[in-house]
Design a protein around this ligand. Structure first.
Ligand SMILES: [Zn+2]
Length: 251
C-alpha cells in the first residue's frame, strides 16, 4: 500500500470519522512474531517499525492500551488489548519496548514446556527464555498461559486439557508470574477447556474467532483481530476496522 494512502487514512481517521466501530465492541489484537523480516520472514511476522506505526495510530485515535487481566479492561469506548501468541524470543526482544513508547502493555502468551516453536515445522523459531518473560512482567506487561506443549486442546480429554493448562500455570508461577489469562493454541477449545480455565481462576481467555468482541462474547473465549503480516498501515486499518464490518454485514 502506498504511504500516500496511509497518510490519507490517518488524517481521515484522526478526525474520528469513518473508521470508528460500534462503541460497545472490544478490540483485541492478535500478533505472533515481531522482528525484522530479514530474520523472521513474513510468516506470522510483523516488522518492529510496523508495530510501532500501528500502536501510534491507535493511540492517536484515542485508544488506551489495556492488559487482559485488568479488573475492567474495557472501561471506556476506545480500549485495545495487544496480545502476542507463543511468546517468541524475537517478539519479547522487540515488542515490549515499542509498546512502552505508546504507554501500551503487551499480553504475551507463553508455552512453558518448549524452547522453540516446533509446531511451526521448518519455520520453528526460538521461544522467549524465562529471563525475557520475567523482565517483561517486571516492566508491567502481562504474561498469560498458552498451555504447556501447544497441542490442539479440543482433541484432548478433559483431564489432559486441565493438565496442559495446569502445568503451564505452575511453570509461570515458578518464574514468579501469576497468569490470569489464557490463550488456546490454534484457537482450539471446547466446553472442557473453558471449565479447566475457569477452575484455574482465569479471568479471561482468547480464541482465534475473528472480529471485535461484542457484548455476547464469552469472557473465556474472546474473539480477536489477527495481524499477520507487515502490510502497512492501510492493511492494518482494513483488518481492524473495515473487514470486521464487512463480515458482520454479510451475516
Ligand atoms: Zn500458539
Amino acid at each position: 500500500m502506498s504511504s500516500k494512502l496511509d497518510s490519507a487514512i490517518i488524517w481521515d481517521a484522526s478526525r474520528g470519522g469513518s473508521v470508528t466501530q460500534n462503541s460497545s465492541a472490544k478490540l483485541i489484537l492478535c500478533y505472533h512474531k515481531v522482528g525484522p523480516q530479514a530474520e523472521e520472514g513474513r510468516f506470522l511476522n510483523v516488522a518492529p517499525a510496523d508495530l510501532d506505526r500501528q500502536a501510534r495510530f491507535l493511540t492517536r485515535l484515542g485508544y488506551v492500551g489495556r492488559r487482559l487481566d485488568d479488573e475492567t479492561p474495557f472501561d471506556r469506548p476506545r480500549c485495545v488489548v495487544f496480545t502476542f501468541d507463543d511468546a517468541y524470543a524475537s517478539t519479547l526482544h522487540h515488542a515490549p519496548e515499542i509498546l512502552e513508547r505508546h504507554g501500551i502493555p503487551g499480553v504475551f502468551f507463553a508455552v512453558t514446556g518448549k524452547t522453540e516453536s516446533d509446531w511451526d515445522g521448518d519455520r520453528a523459531r526460538p521461544l522467549a527464555e524465562p529471563a525475557l518473560l520475567k523482565a517483561a512482567a517486571a516492566r508491567g506487561h502481562e504474561i498469560g498461559n498458552h498451555s504447556h506443549t501447544h497441542r490442539h486442546l479440543a482433541k484432548l480429554s478433559a483431564a489432559e486439557q486441565l493438565e496442559e493448562l495446569k502445568q503451564a500455570h505452575a511453570g509461570l508461577e515458578q518464574l514468579g508470574i501469576r497468569a490470569r489469562s489464557v490463550c488456546y493454541p490454534y484457537g482450539s477449545f471446547n466446553h472442557d477447556t473453558l471449565i479447566a480455565a475457569d477452575g484455574l481462576g482465569y479471568r479471561r481467555g482468547v480464541s482465534l474467532a475473528k472480529g471485535w468482541a461484542h457484548s455476547t462474547a464469552p469472557r473465556l473465549a474472546l474473539p480477536r483481530i489477527v495481524i499477520a503480516y507487515s502490510d502497512g498501515l492501510a492493511g492494518f486499518v482494513y483488518r481492524v476496522f473495515v473487514r470486521p464490518k464487512l463480515r458482520r454485514a454479510a451475516r
